[in-house]
Write a protein of this length. Sequence first.
Length: 197
Amino acid sequence: MNMRQKIDLFLKKNNGQVTVDDAKKLGLDPHILVDLANSGQLERVDRGVYINPEIFEDDMYILQYRFSRGVFFKDSALFLHHMIDRTPDRYQMNFPLGYHALAIKQYPVKVYRQKSEWHSLGIEEVLTPGQHKVRVYNIERTLCDILRTRDTSDTETIRQAMLAYAQLEQKNISQLIQFADLFNVRDKINAYMEVLL
């Protein structure tokens, strides 16, 4: 199998997207991606990220690839968990305290920072609408996050998310209470859950 065939096979498996890191894992010289982009067979959508020109780029995956320490947060997490029905106009990502990436300013991202022991709680991987894995906080933590931060989500978003959670078959109430206690929003969570559950 030649290099181009390996890339084509990977593109089919990975929903039309390939990164420099992917090429290295395939044992290929990453410059093949540049060559394919220069000849119009791939499209470079960001530093180190290439797509089949026939597909749409996956913004959330690109952000995750570029800023790997970030975790999708708040309304962005609700969107990824299918808890709200609208795409956020600005993505929200949480980073460890002290993390600074100047390049992130050029993206539609609201940056949050949190001490490391809180930053790492409740992380899981889910698929974006483009079918690529990204890091996001689990549903229980996200419900607490939308209630606790100074710029809380709007009332309609919170109501829609709480209602969606109440209707979930697989919910972890004990973990929700654990996060609610940790983030000091137990009374707010209780108020919603008493009405909905």
